[in-house]
Design a protein around this ligand. Structure first.
Ligand code: IMP
Ligand code: MG
Length: 172
């Protein structure tokens, strides 16, 4: 069984707040929102509709976990955004920060494309990363040290469609 950690209403409220924060954080320049597939996709689609300024959307595909619940630390880039990054504000959108390894690696790669700025927006942060990326600027919620599913987060590709975020292993 799963218990609900963040319900639909709580998520919607926080996503709207993040949208307002992001809107006011970027007064000028081109903004490219880069979603890290697949985990960010539900969050991203809600978030961009709360950002009230022009923006472009693209995606990155990286692979790190396989079907386990523990980070392997291996990050592979499977899809590279086709959109030009140079000179733009890049906002990388991620579902959850665990070890932080995925993002640290991606940030290195994206820096080489000469963006005007580079920031990360994560829905959840487990606060266990020994060296969280300095670019982490917008966080939705502090996450408990559990394996969470729903609202884009998966376990072995299941549960992404749940409208809430739940604890996979809690017994209820
Ligand atoms: P990191 O590189 O260790 O920070 O791992 C980040 C990625 O691992 C996230 O983008 C998720 O895809 C996955 N992940 C980490 N923790 C969880 C969790 O609690 N539930 C589901 N996926 C998770
Ligand atoms: Mg995942």
């Amino acid at each position: 069984m799963r218990s609900i950690v963040f319900d639909e209403e709580t998520i919607a409220r926080r996503v709207a707040e993040l949208g307002r924060e992001i809107t006011s954080a970027y007064p000028d320049g081109e903004l490219l929102v880069l979603g890290l597939l697949k985990g960010s996709v539900i969050f991203l689609s809600d978030l961009v509709r709360k950002i009230e300024r022009p923006l472009q959307l693209d995606f990155l595909v990286a692979s790190s976990y396989g079907s386990g619940t523990v980070s392997s630390g291996t990050v592979r880039l499977l899809y590279d955004p086709g959109t030009q990054l140079a000179g733009k504000h890049i906002l990388l959108v991620e579902d959850i920060i665990d070890s932080g390894r995925t993002l640290v690696r991606l940030v290195e790669l994206l820096r080489q494309r000469d963006p005007r700025s580079l920031a990360i927006c994560a829905l959840l942060d487990k606060h266990v990363a020994p060296h969280p990326p300095a670019e982490l600027r917008f966080v939705g919620f502090d996450a408990p040290p559990a394996f969470l599913v729903g609202y884009g987060l998966d376990h072995a590709e299941s549960f992404r469609h749940l409208p809430f975020i739940g604890d996979l292993e809690s017994q209820e």
